[in-house]
Design a binder for this molecule. Structure first.
Ligand SMILES: Nc1nc2c(c(=O)[nH]1)N[C@H]1C(S)=C(S)[C@@H](COP(=O)(O)O)O[C@H]1N2
Ligand SMILES: [Mo]
Length: 432
């Protein structure tokens, strides 16, 4: 900094802003007696665990799409080395994606009050002057911008996607994926710096003695009289989380409990109250499926493989050996069904029809649908080979309804809903 009269003026001005309790840049502006390193520590440690679980389940969810298999599965094609961890998604246990995504979305929603309380508890630091005391302090504050901005961004994009159903057509995945890496990098740096003191604060809190450690600037120099204890405030935050949890988690089970999911788009009354009686993601009308194209006269399944192409009517498919599997639908948006009883032709038997006996390859699945991100999908050889993987014609003892994918749909154990293509028209077997 220069030494001229101007810099003296800036310093005096800065001091004024720090001392005038009408301005948020002054510690005296912040009156809540609740703010303290301990209060922040408790919330921070909850987020340390919770956000780590969110990050891991989020990355796992991306792997479940098998994005490395085919560009049609990959909603984040420019990821580069950030895809280093991808692996071939297994088919066991069959509830794997249901659990992963249920945890990811339910926990994310449950943590919202904790995140907001944590941000509230440190907000005076956002305004603290001087903006930077040293290079290290400047770097720390920049990392906090990434931390707070990244955290808000991830929670907002996640909630909007779940609640408003693909509000960012095509772009939710890259936004949420890259946002997660930025956020988590800042989060790790922050956790390394802050966790030791937070743990010590929590120990002292349990023992009820000792001084707070850490950012004493969090403590208001002229607190208002307390209207609620810190413990009471923590219960309030926890109660808010519990309420969100209780009104969300029901979207993962069929039956009357689903109605408890008051805040979830797939809670409440079952949209699939028709013959098949379970949740529908996109209806046939929404996907632009023409009833005439599904009719017995018009529809043929086109199966292509090593030995050429066969065309099968629905009646011909129904005369092939049929098998049953009890499998859920589990959507990336965090809702799922209980097991449904699917009946149809094994994918590996269809592979065998076109020359892939014994050791089936990958398959590329295309639907009648003409537009939309999920009209086609690729499945890996391990998914095709699993005897529970079906091209289903029936569900729960009835013909598939138009909304659940009539004439035929894919159902694969442990796969995300996105890979269970409805209104299938074409299967192309071969290594992708
Ligand atoms: N052709 C096609 N198949 C599709 C979709 C789609 O939009 N088009 N949506 C997928 C998604 S995201 C999910 S969660 C499941 C939902 O199946 P359901 O509507 O039978 O419950 O279907 C999948 N199959
Ligand atoms: Mo989905």
């Amino acid at each position: 900094m220069g030494r001229g009269p101007f810099s003296g003026c800036v310093r005096a001005y800065g001091r004024g802003m720090r001392d005038d309790p009408r301005l948020p840049t002054s510690p005296g502006f912040w009156r809540s007696p609740l703010r303290s390193p301990r209060f922040t520590s408790v919330l921070g440690l909850v987020l340390l665990v919770g956000i780590t679980v969110l990050f891991v389940t989020g990355l796992v969810s991306y792997a479940a799409y098998n994005p490395g298999l085919s560009p049609v599965n990959d909603k984040t094609p420019d990821k580069g080395f950030l895809g280093f961890y991808l692996f071939a998604w297994p088919t066991d246990p069959p509830w794997l994606y249901r659990l992963n995504q249920g945890v990811h979305v339910t926990l994310g929603i449950t943590l919202i009050p904790v995140l907001l309380a944590k941000l509230w508890s440190v907000v005076p630091k956002l305004f603290a002057l001087p903006p930077a005391r040293s290079l290290a302090h400047a770097l720390e504050r920049i990392s906090l911008v990434l931390l707070v901005g990244g955290g808000l961004f991830e929670f907002v994009t996640g909630v909007l996607n779940v609640q408003l159903d693909y509000v960012f057509p095509g772009s939710f995945y890259p936004l949420h994926f890259y946002g997660a890496w930025v956020f988590f990098a800042a989060f790790v740096a922050h956790a390394v710096l802050k966790t030791p003191a937070a743990v010590r604060n929590l120990r002292r809190l349990r023992k009820g003695d000792g001084e707070d450690e850490g950012d004493t600037e969090l403590v208001s120099p002229r607190p208002d009289p307390p209207t609620v204890s810190r413990r009471g405030a923590l219960w309030f935050v926890g109660g808010g989380s519990l309420l969100l949890f209780a009104t969300t988690v029901g979207q993962n089970v069929d039956g009357p409990l689903r109605r408890t999911a008051l805040l979830a788009p797939h809670g409440g009354a079952e949209p699939g109250s028709g013959p098949n009686g379970f949740q529908i993601n996109k209806t046939a009308a929404y996907a632009g499926i023409d009833a005439a194209e599904r009719s017995a006269d018009a529809w043929r399944l086109v199966v292509t493989g090593r030995t050429g192409t066969v065309r099968l009517s629905r009646a011909e498919l129904a005369r092939l050996p049929l098998h049953s599997s009890a499998l859920p639908i589990a959507c990336v948006e965090g809702w799922s069904t209980s097991d449904q009883w699917w009946r149809g032709v094994r994918l590996r038997d269809l592979a065998a029809l076109v020359g892939h006996d014994g050791d089936p390859p990958d398959v590329f699945v295309e639907s009648l649908q003409r537009h939309g991100a999920f009209r086609r999908a690729a499945l890996r050889a391990n998914q095709v080979a699993d005897p529970r993987s079906l091209l289903a014609l029936y569900v729960n003892g009835e013909d598939l309804s138009p909304d659940h994918g009539h004439p035929a749909r894919v159902i694969v154990p442990a796969a995300p809903g996105v890979l269970n293509t409805k209104w299938v028209a074409r299967l192309t077997f071969g290594d992708l």
